[in-house]
Design a protein around this ligand. Structure first.
Ligand SMILES: Nc1ncnc2c1ncn2[C@@H]1O[C@H](COP(=O)(O)OP(=O)(O)OP(=O)(O)O)[C@@H](O)[C@H]1O
Ligand SMILES: Nc1ncnc2c1ncn2[C@@H]1O[C@H](COP(=O)(O)OP(=O)(O)OP(=O)(O)O)[C@@H](O)[C@H]1O
Ligand SMILES: [Mg+2]
Ligand SMILES: [Mg+2]
Lengths: 167, 174, 167, 174
């Protein structure tokens, strides 16, 4: 149904512009069909411009962190149109500097009123913002287990331990 | 509706039975490299019915069964249960179209004596099928391989994929 | 020259076993030709087993962090056979937990006696171990600059700033 | 031999001239997302002579020229210089086979009036060629696209590539 797809994309585009402006701290993003009159014959193009950059910027030239933020903005934009009951993010903050990792974790926290968010992460910033923490370990024998009595403090400590031994 | 937890039994690096409980809000999973965090995501996709074993980093189904770890005593099968909270809304409708407040979706694989793989599905403990799971999950907007699951290393995919692949992602949603 | 390639691979394999044992904290790794009698007709297979895991483990089943450690071990193994004057690592610690990130940065530090190491990183553990620090910023107008007076403290502070604002 | 530093002029996100000095030992480069860190690695590969613009995230050479940033006043060309420390060893041999203690390798591209791209190479300020660079760098074990340069996102490649691709990496070293 061409009409239906066009209507959906219009709405997701409108959401995307909003979310990307928020997540990038003032940047501009949009989605547009390559063939607006015949959506199924063309693809869906995406464009994102972080704040301060030239409007000539191409998506391929963006940095790893900037591409991660644009992709996550699209996921949130789709959620606003048609939510899934849960979102499972495995190390989506790999590329992100601490400020961007915090923006993503904050958005997951806010949106966790409407959907369940589960983020696998190694980053202190993301661990700080989660409500609930699960620790998994493989106590040296190749068998995975859950760490008992695991909370925010212990989660952050797990990561910090290596660092404090350096000092 | 939300995912209350997982019960893993001999699935990948999880020896014996391990429970992983979640909450309604925002959960973070952490731990050392190789501890089994991404295997939890694989377990979820395994039950939802991912299209290909490649998506859960297995060449074939046998790779999903706990291989014995350091002691090298492998299991002969594995089982994963997803436990969903499935309350009735005011209009008495539920996300998963089954009339129970809690829904347990279980998938198991086991090796027969001749080392063939048998895959089984159970809904609240009763025998079910892959198709029944698919219908239930589609009705709840929780199908396998959805845009809502981002595997490790895939976070930039939506920005890097071709326009036609990206449109297909939206087709599935529309 | 088949003989030459076989000889080189034997030496790199021997280095790889050593380095991987070190980097993985006791694991086992090896390289082997698919066609030892006719090296150019087959490929070079790699196998790595982190400590405590079954020897049946396949490289594809390893986690992101474990695959990163195996790849980096191979790079160091090649360096021991035939060093390059410099090594440029862009965010190789993305997947690594703090203990593994520290192992890699420590190995770069030790080996920086024999070759120059430049690591682009966002991780505190890696910043802590570097001798020299360069800060790059794009002060909101899309133009990259070097941050003046940038040292280890300022580098770590740059990342920590977002985190401390959370508290 | 070591890389003493880079001089970037209107290369990608670097407006005007920016110097990036390195030391002999272990240097860490950090900063916010999109600040230009990976562009430094692209600058190094640009001068070493990477096989494809794709390796430095450019569709074509014009994308390498500073595009004006927020003010939208693009440059008409860009230039990158790699400064190598090139001391003579006891046997009087040097890593880069040129008889100076410091070696400046410069590559520039500029747009002509008709918007064509002209690529130029300079060795210690004198006109040189891509081939001359390639010979010098090969002699110093510093060729472009070597195993010694790991681009962002590529760290797991050596573990994930096919055995034949991996052997080809070793072929280049042998
Ligand atoms: N069938 C199996 N039996 C036992 N162990 C297995 C099996 N399949 C995979 N594994 C092990 O699981 C480990 C990978 O687990 P996983 O990918 O969940 O790690 P992770 O916690 O996500 O790590 P990272 O932080 O590096 O991403 C590997 O070491 C692998 O050997
Ligand atoms: N020709 C150009 N003119 C101006 N800006 C450019 C040009 N080419 C690329 N850029 C900009 O450079 C930025 C990317 O820089 P780079 O990849 O070096 O970031 P980074 O510091 O590595 O970030 P991350 O931590 O996210 O990896 C993009 O925002 C892109 O718009
Ligand atoms: Mg993982
Ligand atoms: Mg980068």
């Amino acid at each position: 149904r061409k009409k239906r797809l066009s209507a959906v994309l219009k709405e997701v585009d409108s959401n995307f512009r909003e979310v990307y402006k928020n997540l990038s701290g003032g940047g501009k993003g949009e989605l547009f069909l390559e063939k607006p009159d015949d959506p199924f014959k063309g693809g869906l193009s995406m464009w994102a411009k972080p704040p301060g950059k030239s409007s000539k910027v191409k998506l391929e030239q963006l940095s790893g962190g900037e591409q991660s933020m644009a992709s996550l903005a699209l996921i949130f934009a789709i959620q606003d149109y048609d939510p899934s009951p849960f979102y499972y993010f495995d190390e989506v903050d790999q590329n992100l500097d601490p400020i961007n990792a915090e923006r993503i974790a904050t958005m997951c926290r806010l949106r966790s009123e409407k959907a369940q968010f589960i983020q696998v992460t190694l980053r202190k910033v993301s661990l700080q913002l989660a409500d609930h923490h699960i620790g998994i370990t493989h106590a040296g024998d190749g068998c995975s287990r859950r760490i008992a009595n695991f909370d925010r403090e212990r989660a952050i400590e797990l990561g910090e331990k290596a660092f404090s031994e350096l000092k | 509706m939300y995912l209350k937890g997982l019960e893993l039994e001999n699935f990948k690096s999880f020896k014996g039975q391990v429970d992983v409980p979640f909450i309604r809000g925002f959960t973070a999973i952490t731990g050392p490299n190789g501890s089994g965090k991404s295997n939890c995501g694989d377990a979820i996709q395994f039950v939802l019915g991912t299209k290909s074993n490649k998506n859960i980093r297995a060449d074939n189904s046998k790779d999903l069964i706990f291989n014995g770890g350091g002691s090298n005593r492998p299991a002969r099968g594995c089982k994963v249960t997803l436990i969903f909270d499935n309350p009735a809304a005011e209009d008495e409708r539920r996300s998963l179209n089954i009339d129970t407040d809690e829904v347990r979706l279980t998938r198991s694989i086991r090796l027969t004596k001749s080392n063939n793989v048998v895959s089984e599905y159970f809904l609240n403990g009763e025998s079910s099928s892959r198709n029944h799971f698919r219908m239930l999950l589609a009705g709840a907007n929780a199908s396998a391989d959805g845009y809502n699951i981002v595997l490790q290393g895939d976070v930039t995919n939506l920005a890097r994929m071709t326009p036609s692949k990206r449109r297909k992602v939206l087709d599935k949603v529309a």
